[in-house]
Design a protein around this ligand. Sequence first.
Ligand code: GLP
Length: 246
Amino acid sequence: MISTRLHPDKQSAAQAIAREIADLIQLRSKSGKPTVLGLATGSTPLPLYAELIRLHRAEGLSFRSVITFNLDEYEGLGPAHPQSYRFFMEENLFRHLDIPAANIHIPDGMAKDPASHCAEYEAAIRAAGGIDLQILGIGRTGHIGFNEPPSAADCRTRWVHLDGVTRKDNSVFFGDLAQVPHGALTMGVATILEARQVALIAFGEAKAEIVARAIKEAPSADCPATWLQRHPACTFHLDAAAAKGL
Ligand code: GLP
């Protein structure tokens, strides 16, 4: 089931979700348990990451017991490439926190054998005890992670071909469409649905149509975000512009 939560602005959304994450970390670490977070890239989670960094600095929130699994990575981009999601995460979150490097997991876009790398990624998530909270954005194609349409409900971490719309949307970060990779590695829909809680974030009018489709359309591979309707604890965190079609 998808519940929606409307926020006055990006900053308030970031503060609310960061507080939930902080509470989860504190609760779990009290009983000696790690907190496993599923993390997303793109412009949408940036205010959330800034707020987590603020909580670490200003309130001493520790990430020593946190284990992270990122959703996806571009094919062929190594950690030093400024558009790789590894680079993005280091810059915008990890290097500002006390999270141990060994606790950070991001699919390897340079993996020589993507199929076995993806199987190992799934195994690592299971070995960590599964994801407690998965953060998601949403692409205008209805993708979550890089699960482009069509993506079935039972798909797992794998290599995917990127949709033309997604490549065009993401070309703003690369400066040139020709530089945007054609493929990526992504957690699957089934992998995402196994997270115990899901928080999808969407801001701005450009996301209004796809947000409405994700919530209102019958679940299908044509709009992978619709599969979230089958999740028992999924919240869409929206601003007024992104909620316009509801
Ligand atoms: C990217 C990422 C997704 C992200 C989406 C939206 O391609 N792979 O995980 O949610 O597209 O990006 P943005 O937040 O910049 O709109």
